[in-house]
Design a binder for this molecule. Structure first.
Ligand code: NDP
Ligand code: OXD
Length: 322
């Protein structure tokens, strides 16, 4: 450790389940004057000033006396809060054009796939069946309802409108988003659910949103649109969905199809019924990956700014949990 890094304090890096070498390399490039460690020297290691984490081990941060800021390596911070012994220091989350672009690509890809009957044509191809004529709605006849009009939801809304879709949205507080019919709060939920044909979920997982995607909500989604029953696309968090309710809603026709990027248990266990369900498209929590080369430099810039006495940005509100 150099004298300089003692002055600046060490960075504790915990990218659980990801390539540690990759994140260390990016930190070494972005902050050559800062020391990085993967383990504190004891639970009260005073040399650590910053923690950069994805799904950190429970208790890892609780007793570090000089910890100043926790940086989440994801946009969502439920993984940080799942440790109930967190110290009371600011938590910064990822807001990045790279992540936002990747998520909007995923959303547009999935919406178009359902809109253009991708699952139907793939099933026909598997059975070597040439097209039986099937109606294709115009994008302008489809409304995509976005649950969560934050950084990701509002960008997806703009890109879906470019494709010609109508867009409605739902958030905790009332929003004004260009071209989007905005609903808010529990009192706005029923009107929102009646407003769309394809539902895209980009909510954070908090005590208020846990298992919000349940039978009651599916039964309030409109069944009158061009797709018949609604389509659900969840790229938020698995904890938002009641998975038993999704399976029964698919089987009973309350939902016509789902695209799921996130699951209650990840990796999805081999015995899960989702793997082989004909109405399920799944991806392995890959809608918008955190890319080290684009996320580390802004994190290190925030450390530098913080040490100059400037305010942190993209702070998480502990009261709302996101
Ligand atoms: P933001 O915090 O920017 O936006 C969250 C949105 O959800 C806001 O519009 C907020 O409302 C709304 N919201 C929060 N709680 C409620 C509630 N109780 N009722 C109604 N609306 C609510 O988050 P991001 O857009 O950056 O990210 C959203 C989530 O996407 C992340 O938390 C993460 O879980 C997930 N994600 C998944 C990835 C993947 O690869 N699958 C990658 C990246 C993120 P308001 O505007 O009023 O605050
Ligand atoms: C995130 C994620 O929250 O990758 O950024 O899920």
């Amino acid at each position: 450790m150099t004298d300089k890094s003692i002055d600046k304090g060490r960075i504790l890096l915990a990218p659980t389940g990801w390539s540690t070498e990759l994140w260390i390399d990016e930190l070494a490039k972005a902050a050559p004057d800062r020391a990085v460690t993967l383990e504190p020297e004891g639970e009260t290691d005073p040399s650590i000033h910053y923690a950069v984490v994805w799904k950190q081990r429970k208790g890892l941060l609780s007793k570090l006396p000089n910890l100043k800021v926790i940086f989440s390596l994801g946009a969502g911070v439920d993984h940080v809060f799942s440790d109930t012994s967190l110290p009371d220091v600011p938590i910064v989350r990822v807001v990045s054009p790279d992540l936002t672009t990747r998520m909007s690509e995923y959303v547009v890809w999935q919406v178009l796939d359902h809109h253009r009957l991708g699952p139907h044509y793939r099933a026909q191809q598997a059975d070597r069946i040439w097209l039986e004529d099937k109606d294709q709605a115009a994008a302008a006849d489809i409304t995509v309802g976005i649950m969560g009009l934050g950084e990701l939801g509002s960008d997806a809304a703009a890109k879906l409108q470019v494709m010609g879709f109508k867009v409605s949205g739902w958030s905790r507080t009332q929003k004004q988003v260009e071209g989007v019919a905005c609903h808010a709060g529990p009192e706005g939920l029923d009107a929102f659910l009646a407003s769309a044909d394809i539902f895209v979920v980009l909510l954070p997982l908090t005590p208020d949103t846990s298992e919000i995607l349940n039978r009651d909500v599916f039964s309030k989604m409109t069944k009158r649109g061009p797709l018949g029953a609604p389509v659900l696309i969840n790229a938020g968090r698995g904890g938002l969905q009641n998975e038993t309710d999704i399976l029964s809603a698919l089987d009973e026709g309350l939902l016509s199809a789902v695209s799921l990027d996130v699951f209650q248990q990840e990796p999805l266990p081999p015995e899960s019924l989702f793997w082989a369900h004909p109405k399920v498209t799944l991806t392995p929590h890959a809608a918008a990956s955190s890319v080290a080369s684009s996320l580390i430099v802004p994190i290190v810039r925030q450390m530098d700014a913080y040490e100059r006495g400037e305010p942190l940005v993209n702070l998480v509100d502990r009261k709302t949990g996101y």
